[in-house]
Design a protein around this ligand. Structure first.
Ligand SMILES: [Fe+2]
Ligand SMILES: [Fe+2]
Length: 191
């Protein structure tokens, strides 16, 4: 599996977590109690797997090369598109966490901000992933030099091995499966 194929695979895990977040948000909409621990796990996944692990790889190994090598079109696509969306995602997650704190402090109306930010994030990331899979990644593969593509693959492989040794992938895929078992159907089975 090359670096880009790996990133596409990671998108499938991230999209599964987006479904979990949507189901959990639907539970909030229906008035079910918010299980803080579960939302904290979703945030942990988003920050450490989707953002640090996956977006980190895109930003440090792929997007930087595209901007260096592919001129203004890539600059526009990456700097004013993908990177802005990564930042906007971080803002939604920070606001989601604040809303959860306010709910815990007894502010019932903050449930609305939990839903708003969680759904804002899932919509943003769904469109973002779609753009990467269908436009940004193919553009990089069709235009970067063979040498640069080889460097990206080598760096991605080394990073994967290093993070596998510290158990990152296993931890977050297990966490995803646990949450899916509770939220996949939209019913909060976490009593
Ligand atoms: Fe991205
Ligand atoms: Fe991505």
């Amino acid at each position: 599996m090359n670096g880009i194929e790996l990133m596409v695979l990671e998108h499938t895990y991230i999209k599964r977590m987006l479904n979990v977040m949507r189901s959990a948000s639907y539970g909030v909409l229906k008035g079910e109690p918010i299980v803080r621990k579960d939302f904290d796990q979703m945030i942990d996944f988003v920050r450490n797997y989707a953002d640090n692990h996956h977006h980190g790889k895109e930003e440090r190994m792929l997007f930087n090369r595209m901007m260096e090598e592919l001129g203004p079109v890539a600059e526009k696509l990456v700097r004013h598109g993908m990177l802005v969306e990564h930042d906007l995602g971080r803002l939604f997650i920070r606001q989601l966490e604040e809303a959860l704190d306010r709910v815990e402090a007894g502010e019932d109306e903050a449930r609305l901000d939990v839903i708003g930010n969680a759904i804002g994030y899932t919509d943003l990331l769904t469109r973002h992933i779609d753009k990467e899979d269908n436009v940004v990644y193919p553009f990089s593969q069709n235009n970067l030099s063979a040498g640069t593509r080889q460097i990206i693959d080598t760096e991605c492989e080394a990073f994967e091995q290093e993070t596998e040794q510290s158990g990152v992938q296993n931890k977050y895929i297990n966490l995803l499966e646990e949450l899916e078992a509770r939220y996949r159907t939209g019913v909060n089975r976490h009593d």
